[in-house]
Design a protein around this ligand. Sequence first.
Ligand SMILES: *Cc1c(COP(=O)(O)O)cnc(C)c1O
Length: 340
Amino acid sequence: MINLISDTVTRPSDAMREVMMKAEVGDDVFQADPTVNALQEKAAAMFGHEAALFCASGTMCNQIAISVHTQPMDEVICEKLSHVYQSENGGYAFNSWAGIKLIDGEGGKITAPQVETAINLPFDWLPRSRMVVLENSCNIGGGTVYQLEEIKAISELCKKKNLRLHLDGARIFNALTETGDSPHDIGVLFDSISICLSKGLGAPIGSVLIGNQEFIAQARRVRKARGGGMRQAGILAAAGIYALDHNIKRLQDDHRRARIIGEQLAQMPQIENIRPIATNIMFFDVKPPLTAQLFLDKLKAYGILAAPFGLQTVRFVTHLDFTEQMLETTLEKLKVMSRE
Ligand SMILES: *Cc1c(COP(=O)(O)O)cnc(C)c1O
């Protein structure tokens, strides 16, 4: 089966398993796992920050960041398609007793003027605007990418208005692949950053939360309170280090393959409204009477798996385990389908 459901479906390669097997480990609750420490130091340095914390998931990183940055009755500002709003079970309320202010942006992206408009006046009956979350690349927004200047404007506004700025960088390396900026360039514009090792980078588990010493010290306490303190986690951190060392540069292949698939999709009479393909994510609609589910069933019969996002909308995602050979096969099958 060819799997285009998500870039989370990748499995650790033999070389990655090798470094995991050989990882030097210790008890990370005592901060005594050298491999976890090495991963955290590496990630912090990459993004120009003092410290970092290895966590079980991207959701855990985002949720810890919200808890550390906010107090009950504070408000988090983000775009309506953000993962923190759509896909974390309302954790901002459940974990942090915070509210949320949604911005109706474009392709999941927001602008500095939109953020400024979303900030509440300091009346004591209004939630206190406290934090802004940017997602880059934006997942449901279509894999869209922020330009550095757009982020700079938001970062300056947040400083001026005393708002914390968090980056949901689950796919930050996909975004940086397109803009050519370094992690450091973008990292210094944020108070905290979450990066996923288990998406495009191909590690089996894990995300890293990045920030200053004080932020990470508190994040560590919150992680422990949520049951996220891990012991010999170096086995997993080793996969993360391997992923950062070996699997960033190749993301350009995923993007190239996505664009080629996009060209084929554009030839198909059953398909419309293909969103601009900026990275490794493709969103498109199937024309009625065809539904997303019917289209996906047909696709599956040809050996290709993908995900529905609504009644008419389908998402494809390219990734590390989607090879050039699989690209050829996918294009062939789509050509056959377009003639049906
Ligand atoms: C996948 C993802 C996350 C984190 O997901 P986990 O499954 O919890 O690791 C966060 N933000 C975005 C945009 C994502 O796509």
